[in-house]
Design a protein. Structure first.
Length: 230
């Protein structure tokens, strides 16, 4: 069995994307928290390290199962994939989820005051995330492509200048979604939940799942290689 405890969670998922499902099942953050060693992440989450290593090794040995091998993709192709898959979903889901969370907070907020906090938290994401997506689409990703093809100094400077700001955005948005998960008790529905309540929580959970992969692809694959390029 391969020893993984000293590797970072992000590097494990970057090398073997199918392990993302294992980390999700035990509640370990592989995107914004991907800098932690496997051992540290297991301790923090209260997960048995030996069992986790065994699960990860079995998953790695089982092969990709048709999942993309993102680490072998060129930077420009990876950037386009992120925009076409994860950015496009975010642009569509942000206003839709905002409408739902505002509605259930209005209807059910008296009996479930946490819904007002969830609505406020998601409204922060609804405000901040479009600015983040636009900076990547209009500035960072074109700079990456230009630096790849021309070795342009200004493009490299753009990459360096954008890095800290975009990473901080990931921490803010990811942390806010973590807060929403806690406030909702991991999207557990109360007994008086209506269908709109159900749909809202399903949308929030799907949004969080997409966000984890989206941020992982940037934090652990795209951004480090772009910084090396610059």
């Amino acid at each position: 069995m391969k020893t993984l405890k000293n590797q970072t969670v992000g590097s494990i998922v970057a090398e073997h994307f199918n392990t993302a499902a294992v980390f999700k099942s035990v509640g370990i953050d592989f995107c914004c928290g991907g800098h932690q060693s496997l051992e540290a992440a297991a301790v923090e989450q209260g997960v048995n390290l030996d069992t986790l290593e065994q699960q990860l090794n079995e998953t790695i040995e089982s092969g990709t199962g048709g999942l993309p091998d993102f680490k072998d993709w060129s930077l420009d192709f990876l950037a386009d994939y992120i925009v076409n898959v994860y950015h496009s979903k975010a642009w569509k889901m942000l206003p839709e989820i905002k409408a739902y969370v505002d509605k259930i907070a209005h209807v059910h907020g008296e009996n479930h005051p946490e819904l007002h906090e969830i609505a406020d938290a998601f409204n922060l994401i609804h405000t901040e995330m479009p600015l983040h997506l636009k900076e990547e689409e209009d500035s960072l990703f074109p700079a990456i492509k230009l630096a790849m093809t021309t070795n342009d100094a200004a493009a490299k400077a753009t990459i360096k200048a954008a890095y800290d700001n975009l990473m901080n955005d990931h921490v803010l948005i990811g942390g806010t979604m973590d807060n929403i998960r806690e406030l909702s008790n991991k999207y557990a529905l109360p007994e008086d939940a209506c269908n709109t309540y159900l749909v809202t929580y399903k949308l929030l959970e799907a949004f969080e799942d997409d966000l984890h992969i989206h941020v992982h692809l940037e934090n652990n694959l795209l951004f480090p290689r772009a910084m090396a390029l610059s």
